[in-house]
Write a protein that binds this ligand. Structure first.
Ligand code: F6R
Length: 624
């Protein structure tokens, strides 16, 4: 999704070796992980706005800047665009420059009433050179600036924001004002970074993490004007507002690949730490679970009669895993709903419903809209989220943060394991509160959870076998995944990873569903991953999956079986066995998912694809 950076410095105030363009380009590189298809920058120098923009990656913009350099400046904005209105072309890239080349605007989001505004502005005599909603917003801003705002950029932004519907972060610079950036946000991310005689704006803190750790979170429907010496926030009516200052805990190194071939590879290796850190600090001195962040009245939590987990994509699969555990531990009926479907099926939600929203980014618009809907119906919402200060936790009644650290690769890996871990903690917390489990039972599960980081590490240490399989199978045109119980969402996640980054047909099935149709797909040489539950769990579950392996093997499938150490029963029917350490059935997804991630990453790598930025995908989907 689009990335935005803004920078204002102060010439001569301190000895600095960089200019606005250096900061903005560095910020855009850091924000590349959000996914984009064009990039652009604008600077203001000597009373003029100059800009460059290019379809493609930041590297293409770099080449353009080398061929046609911009003047040194202390004021600049930059943008990486993920096309919504209008294709990924040079003219549609941001910034959009209007007002006879004097006003430059970058934008993230979608302006829903843009065609109505475009006709209105066309009637006033304005012409448009792109197909974008952004150019419409920029033109409206110019119109206000030159008319009713008396050339005050902040006032013009306020008047413009009042007219816009939809979601937007807008940043504007004008040739008349070499000292400021004016920005507005509604339902779209924007964070302020504070430096010494310099200030920053970013879609998230990665946009300025190389320069400062001091940041300020803005509220919705607010405008900020930043100069080198400060910032001022108002609402869309012009009333003064306060931001929430916070210190960024990530360091720049945390956002780097750390010597791995890709961010995805690095993030797969981050998983023991992601799970360990998510478990940290959740117990009180008596060893009881205490989730400080879940400050919803205990009586409300005790009266909950239904849980609805809302999420999209990988996060929804984490929710599906968690459902098995939550229902089992808490005896509360639990549904998992794709956020974008939830609102439209008129769900039965009321004040006895607990909605659990899972989101790595905290900015997924479908999930945000779903929680707003749930809260309107009286439900309480707990967000399980990886991004502090993002919209979903801000708009929830309580939040439980996963501590996976920044996830840069578009395909989610460590966030998935951390989401399962956090959702399990929530399930255990509810069971403790409602008295569904004895304290020693909860302590046993927590003990097992504490052992998981080490076991995940063991799976990672044995990754060479899986990498080789991925490379050897790089010419496969289809891979299937089977699982039962908690293994079913793991199979779905394995298939999603392969689709996303290797662009091959992959499907996950509930193993029991095979005979109802999918077994017809099995032919000689079809690779099929099978996630086998622990033989120490429910025997019927295990033996049924072993029978499934026999059935597909007999029809020519190449079977790649993920089974627990010591499970001898699968050997005769498996072409390849990947073993994972022993763990309770409900915790096995934290182990069995890892080889599937490694496989997809290796296979896509062998095909020569960019695993971190797969085609057509954005890291954070901030439009519905
Ligand atoms: C898949 C993936 C997506 C996200 C989904 C939700 O690898 O990354 O399916 O899981 O877009 O994103 P968040 O968790 O940010 O709400």
């Amino acid at each position: 999704m689009c990335g935005i950076v803004g920078y204002v410095g102060q010439p001569g105030a301190v000895d600095r070796e960089y200019y606005a363009l250096d900061v903005v380009l560095e910020g855009l590189r850091r924000l590349e992980y959000r996914g984009y298809d064009s990039a652009g920058v604008a600077v203001v120098a000597e009373g003029a706005v100059e800009h460059r923009k290019k379809a493609g990656k930041v590297a293409a913009l770099d080449a353009e800047l080398e061929a046609s350099p911009l003047p040194h400046s202390i004021l600049g904005i930059g943008h990486t665009r993920w096309a919504t209105h209008g294709g990924p072309t040079d003219p549609n890239a941001h910034p959009h420059v209007v007002d006879n080349g004097r006003l430059a605007v970058v934008h993230n989001g979608i302006i829903e009433n843009f065609s109505e505004l475009r006709s209105e502005l066309s009637q006033k005599g304005y012409n448009f050179v792109s197909d974008t909603d952004t150019e419409v917003a920029a033109t409206l801003l110019a119109d206000h600036y030159n008319k009713d705002a008396a050339r005050d950029l902040t006032v013009a932004m306020r008047l413009t924001s009042q007219r816009l519907e939809g979601a937007f972060t807008l940043l504007a610079v004008h040739a008349d004002h070499e000292d400021r950036i004016v920005a507005a946000r509604r339902n779209s991310p924007l964070v302020i970074g504070l430096g010494e005689h310099e200030n920053f704006l970013g879609s998230d803190v990665s946009g300025f993490i190389d320069y400062t750790k001091q940041a300020v979170e803005m509220g919705n429907d607010q405008i900020v004007t930043i100069t080198a010496e400060g910032y001022e926030i108002t609402d869309f009516e012009g009333n003064r507002a306060e931001g929430r200052p916070f210190e960024v805990k990530w360091d720049a190194a945390a956002a780097e690949k750390g010597g791995f071939s890709s961010f995805m590879d690095k993030e797969i290796h981050d998983q023991p730490a992601a799970v360990r850190d998510t478990l940290l600090g959740r117990l009180d001195e008596k060893g009881r679970l205490s989730l400080d962040e879940v400050h919803i009245d205990e009586s409300v939590l005790r009266s909950v009669d239904k849980i609805v987990v809302i999420a999209c994509g990988t996060a929804a699969y984490a929710g599906q895993v968690a459902r098995y555990a939550i229902e089992h531990w808490c005896r509360i009926p639990t549904e998992v709903e794709l956020a974008h479907e939830f609102r439209y099926r008129d769900p039965i939600v009321n004040e006895k419903t607990l909605v659990v929203a899972l989101s790595q980014s905290g900015e997924t618009m479908d999930t945000l809209m779903a929680i707003r809907h749930a809260r309107e119906q009286g439900a309480k919402v707990v967000a399980i989220c990886n991004t502090n200060g993002s919209s979903i936790p801000r708009e929830s009644d309580a939040s439980l943060y996963t501590h996976a650290g920044p996830e840069i690769a578009v395909a989610s890996t460590k966030a998935f394991l951390a989401q399962i871990t956090a959702a399990y903690l929530l399930g255990l917390y509810l069971a403790q509160l409602r008295g569904n489990m004895y304290a020693d039972e909860i302590a046993d599960v927590l003990d097992e959870l504490q052992k998981m980081p080490e076991k995940i590490q063991e799976v990672i240490d044995a990754e060479e076998q899986v990498k080789k399989l991925g490379t050897d199978m790089s010419t496969s045109s289809s891979v299937l995944f089977l699982g039962r119980h908690v293994g079913f969402p793991v199979a779905l996640e394995g298939a999603l990873k392969l689709k996303e980054i290797a662009y091959i047909h992959a499907e996950g099935f509930a193993a029991g569903e095979l005979k109802h149709g999918p077994i017809a797909l099995i032919e000689e040489g079809q690779p099929v991953f099978v996630i086998v539950p622990s033989p120490r769990g429910r025997d019927s579950l295990h033996s049924k999956v072993v029978s499934n392996i026999q059935e597909i093997r007999a029809r020519g499938a190449i079977t790649i079986v993920i089974a627990e150490e010591g499970d001898e029963s699968v050997k005769d029917y498996a072409n390849h066995v990947i073993t994972v350490p022993q763990a309770p059935t409900l915790l096995q997804p934290l182990l069995a998912t890892v080889p599937l991630q490694v496989f997809a990453c290796a296979l896509a790598g062998a095909k020569g694809y960019d695993v971190d930025q797969p085609r057509n995908l954005a890291k954070s989907v901030t439009v519905e």
